[in-house]
Design a protein around this ligand. Structure first.
Ligand SMILES: NC(=O)c1ccc[n+]([C@@H]2O[C@H](COP(=O)([O-])OP(=O)(O)OC[C@H]3O[C@@H](n4cnc5c(N)ncnc54)[C@H](OP(=O)(O)O)[C@@H]3O)[C@@H](O)[C@H]2O)c1
Length: 315
């Protein structure tokens, strides 16, 4: 089977398509013939060696060639014992690429059955592939913030993949969402249902504090501004971070680092996200599709910033 791979850390040019042995599903696993797999910031970090060294990966049994990608959609083509999935089912799935079997950007991907749900009604497999990783990240962030209907949620990077889902999921839970994004993203972010739009940059956190007022109850910092967002949060509020920032904090604000890896087999949460798409309350966004041979171009484009909607590798 063909897969996007890299065998040493480096620039986008280390990415290449390789022919690898076909993986077989074990008990409780399904094998998906991938139609589409997304390109996310974590794939860039994996390829540059920013997250884990080769030695750390080897200790986890993960050896080159590495296969990037954390989410995919396609058709079940083989099942292990003890799963309810059947060959031919159209599904989407989340996967940790830092495992011996590799990630999502491969023609055949074996995952635990609990990491799989069916594709939302009427959605293409390309669009469906954009749901699980960032959707579950926001689900986990909201679970950690534990806000109640009527409370305020601040979201930075609100036009991005995490930020967009954060606005829409927050709204669907009855939160008042104050969204921070680039000035040119105002229309799209308001379209997600944000009650207040704040242009990013100088003075943005003061504007969020004033709009709350007195500070938001919780914040999801998808733009990774870290300590710079603390002034927008009320005394004793909560901050969900997505790139490991854990403090120092101030004024009794609790910082909750989020790692989606802990929700890889939260099938119930993933299925609830799928139903929100069915109901038109979560928006799937594809920016552009690339063949696997152009995975390097996709990563270059993502790293350059400014992409709205996800870049997708189509097999
Ligand atoms: N911990 C986890 O489990 C987990 C899971 C998923 C994602 N993440 C992380 O979450 C972050 C967001 O991911 P994503 O996929 O949503 O990325 P994305 O789609 O590129 O969105 C990020 C958004 O933030 C904006 N932004 C970035 N820096 C900014 C700044 N200094 N000021 C204002 N806006 C800024 C970007 O605008 P421009 O494009 O114009 O720069 C973009 O709209 C990434 O760091 C990713 O690694 C973590």
């Amino acid at each position: 089977m063909r897969a996007v791979t890299f065998s040493r850390f480096g620039g986008p040019e280390v990415l290449e398509v390789a022919n690898l042995p076909e993986p077989k599903p074990g008990a409780g696993e399904v094998r998906i013939r991938a139609a589409a797999a997304t390109v996310n910031p974590t794939d860039v970090s994996f390829r540059t060696g920013r997250q884990l060294t080769e030695a750390q990966l080897a200790e986890m049994g993960v050896r080159p060639p590495y296969i990037p990608g954390m989410e995919l959609a396609g058709v079940v083509d083989a099942v292990g014992e003890g799963t309810d999935w059947r060959p031919g089912d159209q599904v989407l799935a989340i996967v940790n690429p830092r495992r011996p079997g590799g990630g999502a950007q491969a023609e055949l991907v074996v995952v635990p059955a609990a990491s799989v749900v069916r594709v939302p009604k009427g959605k293409s497999l390309e669009a469906a592939a954009t749901l699980p990783m960032n959707g579950l990240t926001v689900r986990l962030a909201l679970d950690k913030l534990a806000l109640k209907p009527g409370q305020t949620l601040g979201v930075t990077g609100a036009a991005g993949a995490v930020g967009g889902y954060a606005v829409e999921l927050g709204v669907s839970e009855g939160l008042r969402v104050i969204a921070v994004a680039r000035p040119q993203d105002e229309a799209v972010v308001k379209g997600f249902g944000a009650s207040t739009f704040v242009p990013s940059g100088e003075g943005a956190m003061r504007a969020v504090f004033a709009a709350a007022p007195g500070g938001v109850d919780g914040m999801i910092d998808a733009a990774v501004l870290d300590a710079a967002v603390l002034p927008a949060i009320r005394d004793g509020g909560k901050l969900a971070t997505v790139r490991g920032f854990a403090g120092p904090s101030e004024r009794g604000i609790t910082i909750e680092p989020v790692r989606v890896a802990s929700y890889l087999q939260n099938q119930d949460a993933l299925d609830r996200l799928r139903r929100l798409v069915d109901d038109g309350r979560l928006t799937l966004r594809v920016s552009e599709s690339f063949p696997p041979e152009r995975a390097a171009d996709a990563q270059r484009k993502l790293a350059a910033g400014g992409t709205r909607g996800r870049l997708v590798i189509v097999f």
